[in-house]
Design a protein around this ligand. Sequence first.
Ligand code: URA
Length: 191
Amino acid sequence: MTTHIARLEAIADLEALKAACLRVFSPAEGEQVVFGEGPERARLMMIGEAPGEQEAESGRPFVGNAGRLLDKYLAEAGMDRGEVYITNVLKVRPPGNRTPRKSEIKEALPFLLRQIELVHPVILVCLGSISVQAVIDPKAKITEIRGKWVEKDGLQIMPTFHPSAVFHDESKREGLKRDLKEAGKRLKSLE
Ligand code: URA
């Protein structure tokens, strides 16, 4: 792992990092690695959990139902998806969309951290507890931490609910909308 991380630090751009992900992560047959997409130097970056079925099929993050909801609330928050860099903690779909295992998160995290360094956003939005625990604190509880800005390594991080969570629990909708609006407001204030 050490040599692995040392080599990642030497990777100087997103294309090279994507190529490394394509070498390291093996998607199931008929599926693709979902590296992430957006402007190379986006000021806001969003991090979800892992690609779902439609994402793995298309190779693009958040293109299914959760993605449509995200796009809608981003627009309501005055942001355009095109100005945001979107990725996930895991770069391949866990079989059957199960929750990512600790070992999978551990393997994928160095790639995500390098990706954050290369995009160099000012604001990060962590969508859901897998993202919050991977990026902010492994012990964080999403229900306690959401909606509260966290400063870490020079980044302003907004932890919020995963858009998919809204489909199972309607009470999370307003929180997600509010947190994205807060992120949009902070982004504008930093212009
Ligand atoms: N859920 C995620 O966490 N990421 C995606 O890209 C799609 C759904």
